[in-house]
Design a binder for this molecule. Structure first.
Ligand code: DSN
Length: 482
């Protein structure tokens, strides 16, 4: 059949050209990052590997559409299918967390976790109202009210008065009693629970009791653990909270975005639905990213399947196997283990900083992040690292494989100690110099190379979701060693 589409003028030809041809520079960067993800071990606790289907939805033509407002109430035309998508996404979000639509609603438009949290605060509080969140050095998140002596660090401390609660340093568990005592003085309007670096579960009932003492809202930010909560593997915050926020790209394994769940029958406000929806748009955001909402819907569909529970259980088993491997080698972990996907490793007894081990691990292809551990005074040079097992579990690894990863980490620590000695100073730059350049009679540099080779060989045995690794070639710009 003859084409009726007419010819494409020169100025539009680029619209039909595939990325590799249209923009080889960006394609090459994507190829290099794909190679890095394939060749390395991803242990950052806030990361995961989303599915092929989610990436397809996220990279779809839905990126073209503006749709400020909510389904059936948009400011632009042409939103028939976008409405259908958002309604479906909301339905799946409630289903994934086993919520009754008569009691709970959800806004699926937040661009990410920080914007979701600021919108939630905007919905629940007036400017300068008081909130309490877990302190950042104790495992909390920046957006839960963090400030330093010299600076209000985020909108959550700039626009609201905040007071952090903490963990009990004797056992590193949330100090619920201390929180209740502080709350009696501070009288918060909102208590935020949830963390970025806390390896144990939460006592939501206890927090609700304290919140009720002051007629305060209770909000859980379950960004890190939402995939495990959806699977029923951790305590259920929805039983006790007025609002629950989450990102969608951590244990939930979706695209990068956020969700805000709100209780329709909160005893402190009967209009949370309106407040949350108005806070997201127009108060804090403009048009939703519909391609991302499609990705969220797809990821939530996966989280509603029976296999999801098995994935979540395995993430936890893997984190526990990692913790056991490290404890068996006499390393010190915060709370000595984990209930969730993450392990917090205190390096201070080794006289090693989190920054140095993070750097060394980067050099050998293990991706981790430095993290404050209980009692740390500097957030810049923290004494620990945080490890998570969501991504490696998405690459099919089971407990024995994770024990091997624990062995690699042990080697990394031993090498870091050698390098620290060889560096002849405490400075990170000297540590990096001997790690990357070596020198006459120095051993650490060789050990870095050996470990890197072994890590790469091991990592390349595993699939990478969304990528046909059987066909993967070392891209231009990546050396033979990488
Ligand atoms: N950046 C995320 C984390 O690492 O926990 C949270 O914002």
């Amino acid at each position: 059949m003859a084409s009726t589409l007419g010819s494409t003028p020169d100025f539009n030809k680029i619209l039909y050209t595939p990325l590799a041809e249209a923009d080889p520079e960006v394609q090459n960067i994507i190829d290099k990052e794909t190679w890095r993800q394939f060749s390395g071990l991803e242990l950052i606790a806030s990361e995961n590997l989303t599915s092929l289907a989610t990436m397809q939805a996220n990279g779809s033509i839905l990126t073209n559409k503006y749709s400020e407002g909510l389904p059936d109430h948009r400011y632009y035309g042409g939103n028939e299918w976008i409405d259908e998508l958002e309604v479906l996404c909301r339905k799946r979000a409630l289903q994934a967390f086993h919520l009754d639509p008569a009691k709970w609603g959800v806004n699926v438009q937040p661009y990410s976790g920080s914007t979701a949290n600021f919108a939630a605060l905007t919905a629940l509080l007036q400017p300068q109202d008081r909130l309490m969140g877990l302190g950042l050095p104790d495992g909390g998140h920046l957006t839960h009210g963090y400030y330093t002596a010299k600076k209000k660090m985020t909108a959550s401390s700039i626009y609201f008065q905040s007071l952090p609660y903490s963990i009990d340093h004797s056992n590193q568990l949330i100090d619920y009693k201390g929180l209740a005592t502080q709350a009696r003085i501070f009288k918060p309007r909102l208590i935020i629970c949830g963390a970025s670096a806390y390896p144990r579960d939460w006592d939501y009932a206890e927090l609700r009791k304290t919140a009720d003492e002051h007629g305060a809202f209770l909000m859980a930010d379950i960004a890190h653990t939402s995939g495990l909560v959806a699977a029923g593997e951790l305590a259920d915050p929805f039983q006790y909270c007025d609002v629950v926020t989450t990102t969608t790209h951590k244990t939930l394994r979706g695209p990068r975005a956020g969700l805000i769940f709100f209780r329709k029958d909160s005893k402190y406000a009967d209009d949370l639905e309106k407040r949350v929806n108005d806070a997201v748009f127009p108060a804090c955001q403009g048009g939703p990213h519909n391609n991302t909402i499609a990705g969220i819907a797809t990821a939530l569909h996966q989280a509603c399947q029976p296999e999801w529970k098995a994935y979540a259980k395995q993430v936890i088993k893997n984190a526990q196997a990692l913790a056991e491997t490290l404890v068996a080698k006499d390393y010190k972990l915060q709370t000595n283990g984990t209930d969730n996907h993450l392990v917090l490793w205190d390096l201070r007894p080794l006289k090693l900083t989190g920054s140095k081990l993070e750097k060394l691990c980067d050099l050998v292809g293990i991706t981790i992040n430095k993290n404050a551990v209980a009692g740390d005074t500097s957030a810049q040079v923290p004494g620990g690292i945080r490890l998570g097992t969501s991504a490696l579990t998405s690459r099919n690894m089971l407990e024995d494989d994770i024990k091997q990863v624990g062995e690699f980490l042990n080697r990394a620590v031993q090498i870091a100690l050698v390098l620290q000695k060889e560096a002849g100073s405490k400075l990170l730059k000297d540590f990096v110099r001997v790690a990357t350049q070596g020198g006459e009679g120095l051993e650490g540099y060789k050990q870095v190379k050996e470990l890197k080779k072994e890590v790469q060989e091991f990592a390349r045995k595993w699939p990478l979701p969304g990528v046909d690794v059987s066909d993967l070639k070392r891209p231009a710009g990546i050396s033979e060693d990488d």
